[in-house]
Design a protein around this ligand. Sequence first.
Ligand SMILES: [Zn+2]
Ligand SMILES: [Zn+2]
Length: 274
Amino acid sequence: MLRQFALDFFRLWLWLLILVAVFVPLERLFPLHRQRVFRARFFTDLIYYFLSSLLPKAVMVLPLALAGSAAHRVVPASLQTAMASLPVGMRFAIALAIAEVGYYWGHRWSHEIPFLWRFHSLHHSAEEMDWLVNTRAHPVDMVFTRLCGILPVYVLGLSQTAGGSPDSISVLVILTSTLWGFFIHSNLRWRLGPLEWLVAGPAFHHWHHTFEEPLNRNFSPMLPLVDRLFGTLYSPKGEWPVKYGTSSPVPADLAGQLLQPFAVTSEAHDYPVR
Ligand SMILES: [Zn+2]
Ligand SMILES: [Zn+2]
C-alpha cells in the first residue's frame, strides 16, 4: 500500500517534469496572453496537482467496486459480455465516448446544482489561464466528475476492476482526458481550424472559463459534439475571452479553499448558478 503510494508519487513527479518540458516552452513561444510562468497561485495549483491525482484514485476504488457488482444485477449479462469481448481498441474508443457524456453531465451538474457549485467554483477562480489550471480542483469536485465519467464505462462492462483496481481501459480513459485537460487550459493561441468541430482546443475550454456572458457553455473535456448534442456549444470563430474567473468568492489560501464548501453559511452559497 505504502509502496504503491510512493510509486504513484514518483510517477507524478515524472509526469510533472514532462508537462513542464512541453507546456512552459510552448506557452512562451505561442502565448495567447502575456503572463508570467510563476503567476499568482502557481504554487497552490502545484499542490492541487498532487492532491487531485492521488486522492481520487484512493477514494474511487470502493464506488467502482460497488458499481461493478451492482451492474452485474441490473445490466443484462449478454450486453456486458458483448462489450467485454470487443477488441481493445474499439472498447477504448467506445469507453472514451461514453465517459465523455458522463463527464459532460457531471460537469454541467456542477454548475447547475448549488451544492456542487460550492466545490466546482474553485476551478473557476483562475483569472489567468495556463496548463496548470487544469489541476485546480477541489478533491470532492474531482472525484464526483470522474465518477460520473467512469461509472457508466464500468456499468456497461467496457472496463472491469481487477483485484480492486481499475483495468487498463479506464486508466487509459482517465489518462487521455487528464492529459488533454492540460492542453485545453494552456495559454496557447493555437486554433485547430476545421478540427474544432471534432476535438476541444484551448479556445473551446477558455470560453468555459469566461467571466462574462455567455456562461455555462462548453462542458465536454474533449469532444465538442457532446455540447452540440445537448445545446451548450459556444465556438465563435477567431475570438477569445477577455476576462476569466468567477464572481463567487473563493479564499486565497489552500486550507480555506478546501474547507469553504463545507461551511454551513458561506458567501459562495449565494451564487447558486453561474
Ligand atoms: Zn466548469
Ligand atoms: Zn477548466
